[in-house]
Design a protein around this ligand. Sequence first.
Ligand SMILES: Cc1ncc(C[n+]2csc(CCOP(=O)(O)OP(=O)(O)O)c2C)c(N)n1
Ligand code: SF4
Ligand SMILES: [Mg+2]
Length: 351
Amino acid sequence: MTYIAKPRLHHPTLQRNQVGYTRRDYEGAISTLCAGCGHDSISAAIVQACFELDIEPHRVAKLSGIGCSSKTPDYFLGNSHGFNSVHGRMPSVLTGANLANRELLYLGVSGDGDSASIGMGQFAHVMRRGVNMVYIVENNGVYGLTKGQFSATADAGSKSKRGVVNMDAPIDMVSIALQLGATYVGRSFSGDKAQLVPLIKGAIEHGGAAFIDVVSPCVAFNNHPGSTKSYDYVREHNEAVNRIDFIETRAEITTGYAPGAVVDVQQHDGTWLRLRKIHDDYDATDRIAAMNYIARHQARGEVVTGLLFVDPEPHDLHAHLNTVATPFNALGEADLCPGAAALEALNRSMR
Ligand SMILES: Cc1ncc(C[n+]2csc(CCOP(=O)(O)OP(=O)(O)O)c2C)c(N)n1
Ligand code: SF4
Ligand SMILES: [Mg+2]
């Protein structure tokens, strides 16, 4: 319950990271979600990724919409900035915050209802504009918070808990993100922390629009036979194309893999993504091939996971708009008010 405060005491020998924080410093309030909800595992993966990357919590801004998934930023990174926006409108609030201050790490957390139903338009534009962020959709195929209606990601033919069959075609968030130009696209499963944590770490270091679709079963409304977003279905149909290791410097890269078994991709900030191939024919740097591969396997009912696409040289919105690097709150009066002559020149140029 949220009114029960989490004890702040912790064991004095708890491991600290390079910036002096323990894992506890990245946690938030006690979760009020249902026991076993996939969303809580995603929160734990975010905590672990930020702890391991030595991120200072005050450098992070968490943004969300409305839903059980959108409540989760209360349960991690309790010392970071946070804004719980309106249903489906997180992307525009995140875009505005990012434009005002590019020095924070923007973490957007949303649900399949929040992003693929009411927020589809906003989702599309934040991806195509290349906003520098980590955008996570906690995808359970239903509106969990409002008691289990099908969302737009529910597969056609899948059944609700009451036996109703969904007849509408599903929206595949990963395919849409790829088509819209996202430069880092992954899919994972809340039950696979070994895959999810490095995917989040790679996304944090990416420097462009990074999107991760995480299948996250809703134990209250969509975890029964007939659901394609249940723990059992995803375990049985999970087709991982690669395993990603996040490596901070080249010096840490060790070999020992057969030639062709791994691909090392350097991101623009100097970090490395090591992709251990599971499917030889999968190339995570080829956008069109990735879209084809995902569509073919999806038609067979498989859930393709892993790092599905990465462009190691992303361009973000600030580069497109040629914005000033200094955060707005650090600009002085002279920068913000260039004077009457400058205004007159600007007005003249528009006549
Ligand atoms: C404008 C508006 N319309 C509808 C709602 C009702 N509503 C709240 S959460 C939600 C769906 C949430 O689904 P999802 O984003 O998938 O989150 P989940 O609870 O499944 O994690 C809806 C329809 C609302 N809060 N605001
Ligand atoms: S209703 Fe579903 S999505 Fe919401 S907390 Fe419970 S299990 Fe999670
Ligand atoms: Mg949902």
